[in-house]
Write a protein that binds this ligand. Structure first.
Ligand code: HEM
Length: 408
């Protein structure tokens, strides 16, 4: 297609999808939900020129796309593949199933309960205590607790030495910039690639040590697997996506959950002491304001979705946050309701073959932070003088999350 044809196609689409044409990412970042609600009602499959992608906003359509890898695939050129190579998130079919099957066991809830829960709960308590020791009445939960706990937990499950946390954090910053490098700045891409290489380089001696002395972590399992083992390259790539997938997402999930619950103090009061009720409330925080707002797929051929023609290769963004507030599935969807019976039907961790590998771990971390705050910070609440609601279009979280505790 030449430039003139592209312009004509753009103009025709803007005319057919006026709401999509009016979407501004800056507005979505502040408050996506009214914009997504209009799209869901009037243009459920809409062309959004600012992203150059299709937006899909109805829950049923999102389910259809994510459950249909024959028509909508992750196996397409993308920055995440450019950065980390082929891994479970950028492959489909037998290759993806093989990667996932090999990496899944330590993320199973039963194995987490045995291997990780006591350690991650102790770490959450230690971090909360350190925050309280720094200041007797106020703390920034993101930097003091959510981020370091996310790093600690995913590194522990993988089997990365915790002494490497500062370096992992630096690599993470380089990856995050490279993945948000929408203008294609070559220096940013190069920094991301060199962080990925540095990671692989650092991993080598770690893998050799784990091969000699396996310790039950994921990397040890992978390197000691002698029946159909993954190559070193495959281990690096999958370890990278697990590491990348487990840090900021979880930090954001913890912060969003605390934000949502503390913004509804009476509801929080009702559930805070009761195990099952608090777990359901955490599901409602995921439904109400998810940390990851979209899942992207590429059309494998010319396809039709809800009467809209999508061309082979075009990108489709499944708007998980929009699906989570679809009134056809969730009654009064904009209302935060800790007792909502079907809250766990949210798609915050997506669905289908690429369902989040770390969903159970992230839930356990969130629960551990809430319990530690409850135990060590009586009366914890949002700091009204440093108010910072969740922000972001693809990834959403409060930039900072200041909480107070003690006497009002
Ligand atoms: C310990 C924490 C986490 C780890 C290790 C992790 C890791 C991963 C990995 C490896 C995948 C790719 C799975 C596959 O393709 O088969 C994935 C997918 C996904 N994760 Fe997570 N994740 C974590 C936390 C989270 C959190 C807190 C959220 C949001 C609340 C989230 C949302 C998602 C979504 C939406 C996908 C699917 C993306 C897609 O289908 O395109 N993850 N995660």
């Amino acid at each position: 297609m030449d430039a003139n044809e592209r312009r004509a196609l753009g103009a025709a689409r803007a005319e057919r999808f006026p709401l999509g044409a009016a979407v501004r990412l800056a507005d979505l970042a502040v408050d996506p939900y009214p914009i997504l609600a209009d799209l869901r009602t009037s243009e459920p499959v809409s062309w959004v020129p600012e992203t150059g992608m299709w937006f899909v906003t109805r829950r049923d359509d999102v389910l259809d796309v994510l459950r249909d890898p024959e028509r909508f695939t992750t196996d397409a050129p993308s920055t995440i593949r450019d950065m980390f190579g082929a891994h479970m998130m950028t492959t489909e079919g037998p290759t993806q199933i093989r990667y996932k099957r090999k990496c899944l066991p330590p993320f199973h809830v039963s194995r987490l309960a045995a291997d990780s829960v006591p350690r991650l709960r102790a770490e959450a308590e230690r971090l909360v205590e350190a925050m309280v020791a720094t200041d007797v009445r106020r703390g920034e939960l993101g930097a003091a607790v959510a981020r370091p706990l996310a790093l600690h937990s995913v590194m522990s499950v993988l089997g990365l030495p915790l002494g490497e946390m500062a370096r992992v954090n630096e690599w993470y910053a380089a990856f995050a910039s490279a993945l948000a490098n929408f203008r294609g700045d070559p220096a940013i891409r190069a920094a991301g690639k060199s962080a990925a290489e540095a990671f692989a380089h650092a991993l080598d001696p770690i893998l050799q040590a784990l091969e000699r002395e396996p310790d039950g972590t994921l990397l040890a399992d992978l390197v000691c697997d002698h029946a159909d083992p993954l190559t070193r390259e495959e281990i690096y790539s999958n370890a990278l996506i697990i590491l990348f997938g487990g840090i900021e997402t979880t930090e954001s999930m913890i912060a969003n959950a605390v934000w949502a619950l503390l913004s509804h103090p009476q509801q929080f009061e009702r559930v805070r002491a009761s195990d099952g009720a608090l777990d359901l409330a955490i599901e409602e925080t995921l439904r109400w304001d998810a940390a990851v707002q979209s899942a992207t797929r590429h059309a494998t051929r010319d396809v039709e979705l809800r009467g809209v023609a999508i061309s082979e290769g075009e990108a489709v963004q499944c708007m998980l946050g929009a699906a989570n507030r679809d009134p056809l599935h969730f009654t009064d969807p904009d209302r935060f309701d800790v007792a909502r019976k079907n809250a766990a039907d949210h798609l915050a961790f997506a669905v289908g073959r690429h369902f989040c590998l770390g969903a159970s771990l992230a839930r356990l971390e969130t629960r551990a932070v809430l319990d530690a705050l409850h135990a060590r910070c009586p009366g914890f609440r949002l700091d009204p003088e440093r108010f910072s609601p969740p922000y972001g279009y693809e990834f959403r979280k409060p930039e900072v999350l200041w909480v107070l505790w003690g006497e009002v």
